[in-house]
Design a protein around this ligand. Sequence first.
Ligand code: ATP
Length: 709
Amino acid sequence: FHPSDYLPGLKKHWAAEGGEASYALLTRCFILVNSTTSRIKTVDTLVNCLRLLIEGDPESLLPAVWLATNSISPTYISLELGLGGSAISKALKKVCMLDNKGLKSLYDKYGDAGDVAFEAKKRQSFTLRKPKPLSIKSVYQLLVKIANSKGIGSVEQKQRFVERLVQDARGAEESRYIVRTLVQHLRIGAVKTTMLIALARAFSLARSPNAEYPIRDIGELSKLKKEDLAPMWAKAEEIVKTCFARRPNYNDIVPALLEIGVCDELLLRCNLALHIPLRPMLGSITRDLGEMLTKLQGRDFSCEYKYDGQRAQVHCDENGKVSIFSRHLEVMTDKYPDLVALVPDIRGDGVSSFILEGEVVAVDQENGDLKTFQTLTNRARKDVDIGTIQVNVCLFAFDLMYLNGEPLLSRPFRERRGLLRSMFQEKHYRFTWVKSIDATSQDAETVQEFLKSAIDIKCEGIMVKVLDNLPNPDLITDDMEGSEALKAELKAPVTPSKRGNKKKTQDEKEEEKKSGARRKALLSTYEPDKRLDSWLKVKKDYDSNVFDTIDLIPVAGWHGQGRKAAWWSPILLACRNPETGSLEVVTKCISGFTDKFYKENKEKYSEDGENTTKSKPSYIEYSGGHPDAWFEPQEVWEMAFADITLSPVYTAAIGLVNEDRGLSMRFPRFLKVRDDKSIEEASTNEFLANLYRKQEQKLKLEGKSGTTE
Ligand code: ATP
């Protein structure tokens, strides 16, 4: 038996020189993942690749995890490759002996830089020097060296490293993935989103002293009885995901896993830490106030203004050092020196260290009036000098996750909010609490008025948050829908510290199971990275037909007509399919753009520039026409629309609500560029399908039929 049996077709190349796991292993894993649309197979492949490393070359595990997730460090540590497209083109030309024309024709034909590298390498008749086989470790180390090359001569130095990688890639497939890694579009989306699951499973299976299942290859893994593995995996996955949500850095979790495996102690090892951002808790969308009030029957909740600004996580340690992080865990400390300077003023006497969260909003310093999100985006992005600040901001605080050395995540929201408001001090138009009222489902009118007042001052709507872990007995009446389940919750509370099934009768267990999902979704604890029903967003008024907005990626354009002849119009937009890593086209848009925007857009995606290609890249799903240029996906646009329709042309979300038809939208309108979102955070096909399901539900309630394009 050879460990490479875990990944069929690998035996010959599993180790590079010196016994280190070869880059060929990872390439093999990527090829297998790319060749299947089955999610089960994707996860199994990844699990096997990781097991192979855990058992055969544990030191290569961490570099492999970074490479497979197409990054080299967490977002809160600034380590960028800093390569332009020309560095890769130059390397390909030199290593594969191509001229400008030859390379351009490959780009026009294949679109994706990795596919171009694949073809170029395939056509290469001889090499400049014999390639030195790449190991996983050596590739990762070279990437780090590229990122760390700074100052005089760094451009040339980076270029040499890039050429070395392209040169040493053995064969066309390795070249494809090396180049995709360098341009940071690996195009195996499923790997990134399933890495935590794969790590949890791999560590439960690997042949360590704790291993329970010494299984050999993918075939055997798939044949195993689900009932045997499911409970073990579910527990392992929850532990690993919880750790990563609290401390999202593979450099912390992978070494800890190698040392102690998946166990409860891992939660202590990877707990909250100051100056390391935790993943924020997220809000679930509701259709309207009615749906929100039904969901939260029996509960006390807080309604808060939903300000339109930028989310900020503020960390402060005992020495007064402050760090500020964005919703996507990027460092914003230098962007907001005014907030940093504010910390000594707002922190009460008993506070030594804390992590709090709020929304940064541009405000008028004279009267505290809120300004638009657009105004906030006009503030410089980085390294703002406190003396030159033009756009003043106020931090509207809404949660407290850590205080004086102690994580508060498992405390009910009422308690966290109480501590926030009692231990910190407001400062006029600079720091205050989000405006809120406490209510129950019986206070529909008051809540509606509160929502209206929020919209009147240009907030986006309200956030509604459950205050306690248990329902309020005074709110449960027998005629209420779901009253039995609510009573059961009171009888057998699931508190975060006492989950488990100790000494319960069968009936009690059954009862608990029934209302278990609802209960978990309504705990008022702070759950990093989770989108639960204990935080609900109500964005628009009752009567509005607009459900929400959607974040799409512009992927292609046609030459405009008449006045718009010099610009791209219409523009084609796509959502993500995280399972396959492809982009699924949803709609064409011609509305909401200013002339200035059109002009800048055309400059960015200029016809012969490096951001466009003539032919459709393989990762884009669209067969409805031939745009004049395909855009390199790189930004996210927030879009409004009238409604979602079943479409015979667009294939987005096909199979999710209808076997043969995809989804599109009527009257799409551009709202804004989401500078705070990367393309990996664009809306998914599942999100689109959900919008459609909600819309159909609403139409049904109103007695109308569904929408087809
Ligand atoms: P999400 O953050 O849920 O993925 P998104 O980025 O599109 O989606 P929204 O749907 O607009 O954001 O809603 C959530 C955001 O609202 C939060 O991330 C936060 O920045 C902002 N926000 C404003 N006011 C509040 C509040 N009172 N409580 C929580 N979040 C608030």
